[in-house]
Design a protein around this ligand. Sequence first.
Ligand SMILES: Nc1ncnc2c1ncn2[C@@H]1O[C@H](COP(=O)(O)OP(=O)(O)O)[C@@H](O)[C@H]1O
Ligand SMILES: [Mg+2]
Length: 418
Amino acid sequence: MKIIRSQGPAPAGELAGLRARLAVAEETLRAIRSGEVDVVLVTVGKGVQLFTLDGAEQSYRVLIESMNEGALMLAADKTILYANQCFARMVKCPLEQVIGSSFRRFISTKDRTTLQLLRQRIAASGTKIQLLLQVSDGTQMPGHLSIRPLAQSDCKSATFVVVVTDMTETRRSEERLRTLTNRVVQAQEAERGHLAHELHDTVTQMLCAVLVRSHTLVDKLPARNEPAKQEARDLHEIIRGTVEEVERISRNLRPSVLDQLGLIAGLHDTSTEFANRTGVTVKMVCVQLAMRLPADTELALFRILQETLHNVEKHARARHVTVQLTKPGDFVQLTINDDGIGFDPDHHPVRRKGRGGFGLLGMRERAAYVGGVLKVKSTRRAGTEIEIRIPLPPSGKVPDGVGRKKLAKSSQRKGSAS
Ligand SMILES: Nc1ncnc2c1ncn2[C@@H]1O[C@H](COP(=O)(O)OP(=O)(O)O)[C@@H](O)[C@H]1O
Ligand SMILES: [Mg+2]
């Protein structure tokens, strides 16, 4: 708390005295404007008169000033009427310059429009929003804003109260977590490739040999020993089914078709296998792509389709699925619709109980890794739509990703082994 002691009037005619009074008055004004003052003591004659500043509540001020969050009061036109020191530090601007400024000054240009669009909601009930604050040194700071309108009776001139949280550390942690997740996904892809290779080179080859031998056995068994012959035929069929299943697992593990024949063939392959296996009809509508997309993008879209179809099989009880690949502007978009039971994406059981269910999360991460966005639109009894939109590099600059080179090597090895 700062107490300003104002001296009584100086003897008239003394220039130095007037200068001193002017300096004190200026300091007093500065301190009052910057919110440092609670009480002004003025010497009047022989006594002292005490002036408590309007609204100055010491305990509230201590609370507000000791917060780790920025706290502001805004007028209807978004002029800052009050701000704490923490906010001034966040935006690296002296408090006396913050107070009296427009709040828009401290919001990044892009997010000013967002706030503008939300103005009706803010005026009615307030909002919570994450945006970039504009710092005085030209940098930007990620912040979380909680804006509440004040009831008319709460404060004479203030209309909104805003609490600002610095999200820099949270963003960094999220970034680190995302990098870690991507590494895990890449390691998983590499391991899947290794496993597919091993399966193909060892298990499939051995099973194929057993398949041939079981066929020979059927031929060699005499016709008069029909029960043994039938047993051998059944065995042959079981082995054939096992070979197909191992090949399917191997294909899912390593999408070699994706690498060799491209995204559309990869999506087609997965959809056909899904339709044949589950009996759900799949309609595919794909735009013609003039050239291969970056390897990471192709792999992300392919894996997201796999996971989505897996969810349709597991949860949707759908009869029809539509897979659409479009190229709106500089984006590639994959939209997958099902006509199943749907769910509430914000309140599905997995989120509520906080366990399991990494499918949707993994899809989002895969999309984010290639700069894309994944949207889930679903309503109970009205099906589900998964939409992934990924930006493409400027035309003619499609990088041949490391992933594809690795895939090519692996498929060549596969080709020569079989
Ligand atoms: N196509 C769908 N139709 C109906 N419900 C779905 C669909 N996709 C996802 N869900 C719901 O979302 C939840 C989370 O999915 P996901 O993250 O893939 O986890 P998991 O499949 O392991 O449960 C599912 O448990 C299910 O309730
Ligand atoms: Mg799932």
